[in-house]
Design a protein around this ligand. Structure first.
Ligand SMILES: [Zn+2]
Length: 298
């Protein structure tokens, strides 16, 4: 069982490389893992299946996941969030009485915005990392996994899942559960990295030239940000269909001028400006940008 694709369940894959391992996760690793791509559905995943305990995952995420951000990045994220909410209102064709669920709500920015719009807001996360403005009385919060909540069927108008699916070892179970609890004309937002982006292709070339060609550039299961599964356009389409949902809209997006996410005095700013900025521009032109924003319907 343990080498099966977590989406289509087949054992027919291509070796993509060995995963990069950081010092923290190296302490938990007892098996030789590979990053592979399923030849049937296109999913990138780890074989054999990762066997860390919940406590070990917790330790990895607690270490450095919520990094500090610049004001530019804060404003950019806010703008992106507002754009998604506006799009959801258009697709739902209503602005009121919206039952909203944020799966993996993190710091709670989406919850706070939903409450501001008088939506009925619920958030779930494995730990409570919410800021104070997302801890108001009109916001419900549940600790744990979506799969153990047992929400009634046909409950939510809008389910929001930004940068979450790539962190779960059971992506199909998540989307199938979301379909069950979504109302008939409801909308799901899924934000997810595009593993076949130009940036990853360039990284592979750089790795090969520097003698590190055996390291996978697809997903980073054992190094921050701990992506354990990865998608491209066709594998995203596959999982959405398999969960019984429909892809209503798909946008290939990237945050241009990402160097502004770093302080000008940091190394990250200059690396990002000189190397990443040109790749971001070409990636956009080639439609191989780093991220997908998907809107799904039932
Ligand atoms: Zn598969």
């Amino acid at each position: 069982m343990e080498n099966n694709c977590p989406v289509c369940n087949k054992i027919n894959f291509k070796f993509m490389g060995v995963p990069k391992v950081n010092s923290l996760s190296s302490g938990f690793i007892k098996t030789t893992y590979q990053v592979v791509q399923c030849k049937n559905c296109g999913l990138y995943y780890v074989a054999p299946a990762i066997s860390f305990t919940p406590e070990q995952w917790q330790a990895l995420y607690n270490s450095e996941y919520f990094a500090s951000q610049t004001e530019w990045l804060y404003n950019q994220r806010k703008k992106e969030l507002l754009g998604r909410f506006t799009k959801a209102e258009q697709l739902l064709n209503k602005k009121e009485n919206i039952n909203f669920l944020d799966v993996g709500c993190g710091e709670g920015n989406a919850l706070a915005e939903a409450a501001k719009r008088n939506w009925n807001a619920t958030g779930i996360d494995i730990t409570d990392n919410r800021n104070e403005n997302a801890k108001t009385e009109n916001i419900n919060f549940k600790t744990g996994s979506l799969l153990e909540q047992n929400f009634p069927a046909d409950t939510f108008d809008f389910v929001y899942m930004d940068s979450v699916l790539e962190h779960t070892l059971q992506p199909l179970e998540y989307l199938t559960e979301i379909k069950r609890i979504l109302k008939k004309n409801g909308i799901v937002y899924v934000g997810i990295p595009n593993e076949d982006c130009l940036f990853n292709t360039i990284r592979k070339i750089v790795f090969t030239l520097t003698g590190k060609g055996n390291i996978s550039v697809k997903i980073k299961p054992f190094d921050t940000p701990y992506h354990v599964v990865g998608f491209n356009k066709s594998s995203l389409q596959f999982i959405v269909n398999k969960a019984g949902l429909t892809l209503a809209e798909l946008e290939n997006v990237g945050r241009k001028m990402d160097f502004l996410s770093f302080k000008i005095t940091s190394k990250g700013f200059w690396i990002s400006f000189i190397f990443l900025f040109p790749i971001e521009i070409f990636g956009m032109l080639l439609k191989k940008d780093v991220y997908y924003s998907a809107y799904l319907t039932k």
